[in-house]
Design a protein around this ligand. Structure first.
Ligand SMILES: *Cc1c(COP(=O)(O)O)cnc(C)c1O
Length: 379
């Protein structure tokens, strides 16, 4: 096995140093580093325009974005600590979707995904609703849209809140409008490895102004004035240096998308006949945040991973394991057959702006040879 990784699964995007410096010069002039400074306000406005959303709140990371959303929407009743409340969510996602619920004292109850879109299947939601269910927390996994209309219908029928973990869905439009305007709230992660980032960071987009106002208090310790501490809060504020990075990257965002689209197309040309891809919902403008492929068996995944790593290429098993199998989450219901099966066979291939098309082609050669060995065919 090669000891040096030449091609990681992703590389954080770094903006032009000159551009970043211009924003940082302003920070040095103002000597204002956090607590809703100028750059955080500018980034809030610019992102709201870019994403075409209202009621956007910047926060310090994508996990706190979820936790702040649960709190602002009042999933937990602080007067009633005896009821064990539940939220229905997807097992096929990053651990933070479920761990943020658990951290807030909410039990994640899993419902299985659709085997083609890999998002929470609305068909599986209703049988999981109990008297203690307060919310549905679906994930737009890899930037694909959940069945938002059907989830909206179910949530209204049962009076449940909907919080979309939209960490992968930056800039995704569905039926010509922002996908992020669905649900009571949608959350974004701006972690360094994400499509758009601020090093660490995140955002919540609320449907209602009142929920935004509550969240604004929550992220600043519940402090509402120089001598006024109104309610329970936490520190989840974004700072000026994070915002400077975000503003610089937003200035270059169209180039980021262009380069990723080209990489994605090159992979598809080479691989579409031998791998299965996620079925992207119709009417979606996709963001090319990831390039996940589904193989026929876990053995294929292991051999492709091994053959790639011998060439210094790191692909990753996102998302594995299926979260219903993570013991500490305490899930005890039926097994999530689709999620378990897909998580064993999934692989995310390298995709980032700097990745050259020649590297993409060599990666595809390795994958073709590896799968040909397995399937005793030639590709
Ligand atoms: C990255 C990610 C998160 C967590 O975001 P952080 O900014 O790293 O805290 C949550 N959910 C999903 C689906 C993610 O991919």
């Amino acid at each position: 096995m090669s000891s040096t990784v030449k091609v990681p699964v992703t590389k954080p995007y770094l903006p032009s140093r000159d551009r970043l410096n211009q924003y940082i010069d302003g920070i040095y002039e103002r000597k204002w580093l956090t607590n809703n400074g100028k750059l955080v306000q500018d980034l809030t406005r610019r992102l709201s325009d870019h994403l075409e959303v209202e009621n956007l709140l910047l926060v310090s990371n994508g996990t706190l974005a979820l936790q702040v959303a649960y709190r602002a929407l009042g999933l937990l009743d602080p007067q009633d600590t005896s009821t064990k409340i539940e939220a229905i969510t997807s097992p096929f996602t990053f651990i933070a979707t479920a761990s943020s619920l658990k951290w807030e004292g909410i039990s994640p109850v899993f419902a299985d995904i659709d085997p083609e879109t890999w998002c929470l299947d609305p068909k599986n939601i209703e049988s999981k609703i109990s008297d203690n269910t307060r919310a549905i927390v679906p994930v737009h996994v890899f930037g694909n849209a959940c069945d938002v209309e059907e989830i909206d219908h179910i949530s209204k029928k049962y009076g449940l809140k909907v919080i979309y973990d939209a960490s992968h869905a930056f800039d995704v439009r569905y039926k010509s409008a922002s996908l992020l305007s669905w649900g009571d709230a949608s959350t974004l992660s701006f972690h360094a490895t994400k499509l758009f980032h601020t090093g660490e960071g995140g955002a919540v987009i609320f449907k209602n102004k009142e929920d935004l106002a509550r969240a604004q208090k929550i992220i600043n310790f519940g402090i509402t004035g120089p001598e006024k501490i109104e309610s329970l809060g936490i520190n989840a504020k974004m700072n000026e240096l994070q915002a400077a990075l975000g503003l610089s990257i937003l200035d270059e965002f169209s180039e980021i998308i262009d380069s990723r689209r080209k990489i994605s197309e090159a992979y598809r040309n080479e691989l579409d006949s031998i791998i299965v891809r996620q079925k992207i919902s119709t009417d979606l403008s996709y963001n090319y945040a990831y390039f996940p492929v589904l193989l026929q068996s876990e053995e294929e995944v292991i051999s492709v991973l091994r053959d790639l790593s011998q060439q210094g290429v790191l692909a990753r098993r996102y998302f594995y394991p299926s979260l219903d199998l993570v013991p500490y989450l305490g899930y005890i219901g039926d097994k999530m057959a689709e999620s378990v099966s897909i998580s064993k066979r999934i692989l995310c291939l390298p995709i980032y702006s700097e990745l050259g098309i020649s590297d993409v082609l060599s990666i595809c050669e390795v994958i073709k040879n590896s799968l040909a060995d397995h399937r005793k065919k030639s590709y």
